[in-house]
Design a binder for this molecule. Structure first.
Ligand SMILES: O=P(O)(O)OC[C@H]1O[C@H](O[C@H]2O[C@H](CO)[C@@H](O)[C@H](O)[C@H]2O)[C@H](O)[C@@H](O)[C@@H]1O
Ligand SMILES: Nc1ccn([C@@H]2O[C@H](COP(=O)(O)OP(=O)(O)O)[C@@H](O)[C@H]2O)c(=O)n1
Length: 496
């Protein structure tokens, strides 16, 4: 992919997220080489930004390096720099060792550190300033995720003329968890700086509204339009649920291409032509329930319900947040467990679990999804989980089956999935067994339901519905006597 320097122009549509869609990796020449960033946020936002031709503000994945705005593969990006100290305190610290575990049911205990909080405030200020510089008069600025919870209010102070959207990609916890944070009031105030605060699921929006009420705001609960309104200091912040989605048509086209179909056949051949391919693909994260899933597979191989050679299980894990101790410990645990399963039940040339710890490209991943008969997506908690939706998008012929955690946001929409409680490893194992013995027609009906769902509600529908409501929120807004009524939005607000 090509990267060329570009002038820092102001734009009518600005996306602000911690990560840019590409990560720069140092090379010997001193110039970074760019590869795609990990995670579902980038997967969702990239097609939206391309269509809107806006600018993306974010961190380029390197430290102590200032990179000028550039255009990457046709997308305009404005890098925000982080020092090595900020990487440790803002990103690995407050974002990923405080907020991330707290918002995911405290699966591991969150760490509270005042120095990390101060760094979080400083870096959020830098992102807000970068957004204020990049936004044209009356622009729409869409801020994303838990790393930037303070940016909406900061940006409102700097640029009262712009329309500010905020979307949280991870769950918003119930108030008894959220209020453990010594800085919860600052965070609520930060998020309420947006015109529209969007969440994945209605229960996240409900948790947020309850906490805002405790903070002292008057709340209008959702009416027929499913949008709640929170009164904050003479203005109104709207809230609602907008489940994120994938570029389903693009994936279906990719999955049915001769190249991907051919690669899928070769993957099955490389696995030794098993009867059944079982796959999981996760970022290496304790929220994804990988050890629990391996425990279920262990039981299945032990009891002979899965047989190496006949059943090939593939676990792909993408490296993630590798310097955080809990992530390092999780990797160790997973690799010990995979070693144990293969040592106990595998045979020469026929491991029970094929384990890949690496990033794979979009085409290769699509080929794995196409080659798979049974996909296991069993997080302990997940805002959405786009891999589950990508699997459904890659099966237009209605083959394949999906076992999905009831604690993934995707479970609210993928009605054709076999739902499981990922903590109940016995039940998870018996569900694998049951699905493999389910009549083909039954599995096919379920997959067809899911495929249609992800095609209907794709990533462009997601952006349209969010931006449509943001447009309505702005249409009625008056800030400090300055009406922004009538300024342009990047998308026609269909259905709004
Ligand atoms: O940026 P990283 O620290 O490397 O982490 C990757 C991303 O992980 C999280 O993804 C979430 O967004 C997905 C799309 O909405 C959703 O399906 C998933 O459930 C979430 O966990 C995180 O929220 C992103 O900010 C990170 O970039
Ligand atoms: N090796 C891999 C594995 C997954 N992925 C993508 O990473 C995204 C993961 O998103 P997700 O919503 O399931 O979960 P998070 O990693 O965002 O928590 C999906 O779009 C996958 O296709 C990837 O780019 N490379």
């Amino acid at each position: 992919m090509q990267s060329v320097p570009c002038r820092p122009q102001r734009s009518d549509f600005v996306v602000v997220a911690n990560r840019l869609p590409v990560v720069g990796e140092p090379t010997e020449s001193g110039e970074p080489s760019w590869r795609r960033s990990p995670g579902g946020l980038v997967t969702a936002l990239e097609p939206v930004l391309r269509r809107a031709q806006g600018v993306w503000i974010g961190w380029a994945g390197e430290c102590d390096r200032r990179t000028a705005p550039f255009s990457h593969d046709g997308m305009r990006v404005h890098p925000v720099s982080l020092s090595a100290r900020e990487l440790a305190s803002y990103y690995e610290g407050f974002s990923n060792a405080t907020v991330w575990p707290l918002f995911h049911d405290t699966i591991v205990p969150p760490t509270l550190d005042r120095g990390w909080w101060q760094s979080y405030v400083q870096v959020n200020t830098r992102f807000a300033e970068a957004a204020a510089l990049a936004a044209a008069p009356g622009a729409t600025v869409w801020v994303h995720d838990y790393q930037l919870l303070l940016v909406p209010a900061m940006l409102r102070t700097l640029r009262p003329d712009v329309t500010i959207g905020f979307f949280l990609h991870i769950p918003f916890p119930p108030e008894e968890l959220f209020m453990q944070l010594p800085w919860w009031t600052e965070i609520i105030d930060g998020m309420l700086g947006a015109d529209l605060v969007g969440f994945q699921l209605p229960r996240d929006a409900e948790n947020f509204r309850r906490t805002a009420a405790i903070r002292g705001s008057a709340i209008d609960p959702p009416g027929a339009d499913a949008i709640g309104r929170i009164h904050v200091g003479g203005r109104v912040a709207w809230t609602g649920a907008f489940p994120v989605a994938v570029d389903a048509a693009g994936l279906t086209t990719l999955a049915t291409s001769a190249a991907v179909r051919g690669r899928a056949r070769r993957i099955r051949a490389e696995l030794g032509q098993p009867d059944t391919v079982i796959l999981s693909v996760d970022r290496l994260d304790y929220t994804k329930g990988i050890p629990e899933r391996l425990a279920a597979l262990d039981a299945l191989y032990k009891q002979g319900r899965l047989i190496p050679g006949r059943h090939a299980t593939v676990q792909i894990v993408t490296p993630s947040r590798e310097r955080i101790p809990q992530y390092r410990e999780l990797r160790r645990r997973i690799e010990i467990e995979v070693g144990h399963i293969n040592g106990a039940y595998g045979a020469l040339g026929r491991p029970a679990v094929h384990y890949l710890h690496r990033s794979v490209g979009r085409e290769e991943l699509a080929a794995f999804l196409v080659a798979t008969d049974l996909m296991l997506v069993t997080p302990l908690r997940d805002g959405m989980n786009l891999v589950a939706k990508e699997y459904a998008a890659c099966h237009p012929d209605a083959d394949g089956a999906l076992i999905l955690s009831e604690f993934a946001g995707a479970a609210a929409e993928l009605h054709g999935a076999y739902l499981v409680n990922p903590y109940d490893t016995d039940r998870l194992a018996s569900t694998v067994d049951a699905v493999l013995n389910d009549p083909v027609a039954q599995r096919s009906r379920r997959m067809d339901t899911m495929h249609r769902q992800v095609r209907r509600h794709d990533v462009h529908a997601w952006a349209r519905s969010y931006l449509g409501v943001l447009h309505r929120a702005r249409a009625g807004r008056t800030v400090l006597g300055v009406s922004t009524r009538g300024a342009a939005l990047p998308h026609a607000p269909a259905g709004a």
